[in-house]
Design a binder for this molecule. Sequence first.
Ligand code: GRF
Length: 237
Amino acid sequence: MSEGPSTDPRRVVVFASGGGSNFQSLLDRFSDPAGSARIVGLIASRETAGAVDRAQRFGVPAAVTPVGSAEEEATFLLDALERWRGELIVLAGYLRLIPEEVVKAFLGRIINIHPALLPSFGGKGMYGSRVHEAVLSAGVRLSGATVHFVDEAYDRGPIIAQWPVPVRSDDVPQTLAARVLETEHALLPTVVEALATDRVSLDADGRVCWTEEWFEADRFQVGDSGCFGLVDKREQK
Ligand code: GRF
């Protein structure tokens, strides 16, 4: 894996609502000041989120989304992102919809991780155990993790990377969730590294474009040089 350009680390702000194990995997991966990315802040939707404790232990500033109008929430988020000079937003189990103003300001620089193979088993209300219950009741043989760019709707944006997790006949939601979460903890930092070193981006047509194949410790091949997603609008004439 060739080293990316030697520039300042990309400044990453993580949004979380739960225990924050994905947040922790990012803190662990990007703890080297000479690395390609640096976790500079946490936005939590509630102060009791385990992610807040993790931030405090790691000395990363945290802010809790206040209850208020949509405009107040957008202003709060944009102020925090400006204060921390955030360049990339990572949603890691954040249960609130991101205000449109924030999505627009960070289009192509805001990603989310979902514990299933989108577009299946995603959308409003599909989080936590509900996702794995739906996967098991559907009888599919593969689940997995998806990292995608965020747009105005839940779990709908262009897919950046996915990795499969086999479903077992004796799975219950908790055992499947644990196996998927283990894959998330490796996939998400890999995608953040690729974004921080400009190996993947969102183009003007909403397609996800990789500059090169991207391997992570011979476990993942995410990315492949070229663009994925929407059929090129020029071909649709
Ligand atoms: C993860 O399964 C993630 O895919 C989903 O919410 C969960 C967050 O878990 N969006 P954690 O708080 O990172 O442990």
